[in-house]
Design a protein around this ligand. Structure first.
Ligand SMILES: [Zn+2]
Length: 66
């Protein structure tokens, strides 16, 4: 009997995953960010960054706010 292949989609942009994908392996983040194993699935590191609200800041911009 052939096992049906699970269809995965990127949690950020929703694109269908075919082949390689990114998955967060950090336990603490997994608990906080993902309800199911399927949600921990991203087509690119850019999508993962967006999902995790990772932002590029400038150290000089930061200093103005102190
Ligand atoms: Zn994506």
């Amino acid at each position: 009997m052939e096992e049906q292949k699970k269809e995965l989609h990127c949690s950020e942009c929703g694109v269908k995953i075919e082949g390689e994908y990114y998955k967060c392996l950090d336990n603490c983040l997994q608990v906080n960010f993902f309800d199911t194993e399927e949600e921990n699935c991203f087509c690119s590191t850019e999508c993962f960054d967006k999902y995790m609200s990772l932002e590029q800041l400038n150290i000089e911009d930061d200093e103005d706010e102190i």
